[in-house]
Design a protein. Structure first.
Length: 62
Protein backbone atom coordinates (compact mmCIF):
# COMPACT_ATOMS: atom_id res chain seq x y z
CA UNK A 1 0.00 0.00 0.00
CA UNK A 2 2.99 2.31 -0.26
CA UNK A 3 2.47 5.45 -2.28
CA UNK A 4 -1.28 5.03 -2.39
CA UNK A 5 -3.83 7.25 -0.74
CA UNK A 6 -6.75 5.70 1.05
CA UNK A 7 -9.84 7.70 1.91
CA UNK A 8 -10.72 6.73 5.46
CA UNK A 9 -13.78 8.86 6.12
CA UNK A 10 -15.75 11.40 4.17
CA UNK A 11 -18.43 13.51 5.84
CA UNK A 12 -20.88 15.60 3.86
CA UNK A 13 -22.74 18.37 5.63
CA UNK A 14 -25.29 20.71 4.04
CA UNK A 15 -22.72 23.33 2.98
CA UNK A 16 -19.30 21.76 3.46
CA UNK A 17 -17.36 18.50 3.69
CA UNK A 18 -14.55 16.96 5.74
CA UNK A 19 -12.19 14.36 4.27
CA UNK A 20 -9.86 12.09 6.26
CA UNK A 21 -6.98 10.59 4.24
CA UNK A 22 -4.30 8.05 5.08
CA UNK A 23 -1.11 7.95 3.05
CA UNK A 24 2.13 6.12 3.92
CA UNK A 25 1.08 5.69 7.54
CA UNK A 26 0.20 9.37 8.01
CA UNK A 27 -3.26 10.84 8.44
CA UNK A 28 -4.45 14.04 6.80
CA UNK A 29 -7.66 15.97 7.37
CA UNK A 30 -9.03 18.26 4.67
CA UNK A 31 -11.90 20.62 5.41
CA UNK A 32 -13.50 22.55 2.57
CA UNK A 33 -13.11 26.33 2.65
CA UNK A 34 -16.78 26.83 3.42
CA UNK A 35 -16.38 24.24 6.17
CA UNK A 36 -13.68 26.31 7.83
CA UNK A 37 -15.93 29.35 7.73
CA UNK A 38 -18.82 27.35 9.17
CA UNK A 39 -16.64 26.03 12.02
CA UNK A 40 -15.25 29.52 12.65
CA UNK A 41 -18.71 31.08 12.91
CA UNK A 42 -19.97 28.22 15.07
CA UNK A 43 -17.07 28.74 17.49
CA UNK A 44 -17.50 32.51 17.37
CA UNK A 45 -21.23 32.22 18.08
CA UNK A 46 -20.45 30.01 21.06
CA UNK A 47 -17.55 31.88 22.67
CA UNK A 48 -18.38 35.52 21.93
CA UNK A 49 -21.52 35.69 24.13
CA UNK A 50 -19.61 33.95 26.92
CA UNK A 51 -16.73 36.40 26.63
CA UNK A 52 -19.00 39.44 26.49
CA UNK A 53 -21.03 38.30 29.48
CA UNK A 54 -17.90 37.96 31.64
CA UNK A 55 -16.27 41.22 30.54
CA UNK A 56 -18.20 43.50 32.96
CA UNK A 57 -17.12 41.27 35.85
CA UNK A 58 -13.49 41.50 34.76
CA UNK A 59 -13.61 45.29 34.31
CA UNK A 60 -15.43 46.15 37.54
CA UNK A 61 -13.57 43.70 39.75
CA UNK A 62 -10.36 45.77 39.59
Amino acid sequence: MTGRTKVSLLFFFPYFWILFLRQKGQFFVHISKSGLKALYYKALAHFLPTLLSTMPNLIFSR
